[in-house]
Write a protein that binds this ligand. Structure first.
Ligand SMILES: [Fe+2]
Length: 145
């Protein structure tokens, strides 16, 4: 009994850690895109693509905060270190390539975690987040020179 309770507590803790890691990464992604958008003419097709990706990142933050509240975990207010690194990159294509390294990292973290997630609510939200990352990586790749 005690061992099982401990296992459950451990699982909840690692779920909190995963969701907060993703939240910090998505928060960084949204801020990175806000900066990268300035490289493009507002309203141009490329700008609109990146703006849509930025909205996805912001929505992911909201989803992750909702999931953390759902599992009654603390919600991190931090922004991932990716932001600082991303702002040092210059050049449109270099920036998008770097963005996609971050997006692929997030996708991989979700993909690795999914098989062990039992909560159907968390699982379906993260499956959706994974799929949107795969799609957004391709949309970004299409903008590369
Ligand atoms: Fe992301």
């Amino acid at each position: 009994m005690i061992a099982r309770a401990h296992a459950r507590a451990g699982q909840a803790l690692s779920m909190v850690a995963l969701l907060n890691t993703l939240l910090e990464a998505e928060r960084a992604g949204a801020k990175v895109l806000a900066t990268y958008l300035a490289d493009y003419k507002e309203g141009s097709p490329d700008w609109r693509t990146l703006k849509a990706i930025q909205r996805d990142e912001s929505r992911n933050c909201a989803v992750l905060m909702r999931l953390l509240r759902h599992i009654e975990g603390p919600v991190s207010a931090a922004t991932g270190a990716f932001l600082g690194k991303a702002l040092k990159i210059n050049g449109r294509s270099e920036r998008l390539r770097f963005l996609n390294i971050g997006q692929a990292w997030v996708a991989r973290r979700i993909e690795e975690a999914l098989p062990a997630i039992a909560d159907p609510h968390v699982k379906s939200a993260l499956q959706e987040m994974y799929a949107s990352h795969v799609e957004n990586i391709e949309r970004c790749n299409a903008l590369l020179d």
